[in-house]
Design a protein around this ligand. Sequence first.
Ligand code: ZN
Length: 353
Amino acid sequence: MAVHLERPELDYPFAEPPQAGSFAEVATGIYWVRMPIPGGIDHINLWLLEDDDGWVVIDTGMATDQGTDVWRAVWRQATELSGSQKPVKSVICTHLHPDHVGLAGWICERSGAKFYMSRSEFFMCQTLVADSMRSAPQEALDFYREMGCSEEQIDYYRGRFGGFKQLIRSLPRVYNRLQEGDCLTIGGRRWQVVIGDGHSPEHVCLYCEEDQLFISGDQLLPTISSIVGVWPLEPSENPLVGWLASCAKLRELLPAEVLVLPSHGLPFRGAKVRLQHLIDEHHAAFEAIVARAAEQPLRAMDLFDILFRSEIGNHNLIMALSESRANMNYLVAAGRLTVQADSGGVLWYTAAH
Ligand SMILES: [Zn+2]
């Protein structure tokens, strides 16, 4: 965010990530796989947990040729490590985004592994995949016009609609539900399922209290702030409420020394200060938005310099608008802003008196 407060110091016990296609042990029986992915984020971290009778895969990477090459190389190394070919027994996806779920079907079909996800993530993913087969709905075009998009920007969006499906090879047809408080035993460790909200509807994190390990997915990242956005499917959603509550919940739950294994960036210690920083940054942005809206009416379009450090162009406009809209929806629901449509249907937000 461009409203940036000084970042707290975090401790990174592993200076370098493993090369793509190889993995590194971060704790006994827990291996770190790094997969390059296209787009601004550059990579995703995937985790391999060794159980007595097979491997448990946490997140799968995007459905690209590079992604399948990484897995083939990883399985060669895993076979060398255990001296025999242990099967993949389970695939757990933290949430529905294609960099996490993209190769779940591909791995499960090849290995016969059981697939685990939370219920909302599984069904939302199915909906988005099905939606990707169709053309952009009129409601979605109106949603972006409301926020002030030009017809040229709307055309760009319309032309790129359906990208979600292309990054998912196939979603398994059957899943096993994970929910808050479930306990999984893997390699002699007990992992508690902790659900987060805001970045995606029912994001699964795994916490091993005994060994102070936390597989955080995108719910807690060391340097980038996870997207908390509003999308055309649910224009009145207020995801920042759930996101801020989840940050506070994790801040209370996790001990200061827990080793966080995130989906992007390096494993780190310092969860509590990082979570507090994320909360503080959102509140600083809220104040900056309300202060500007007290001077002049604003569209969702007009927050980019408050929310983002990088330039917003066509390639990242939809992501940026989703986050702007989330801030607007939060502030309207909190009674800090009022909203009114002009004769062209564009929404303008003003500070509430
Ligand atoms: Zn994500």
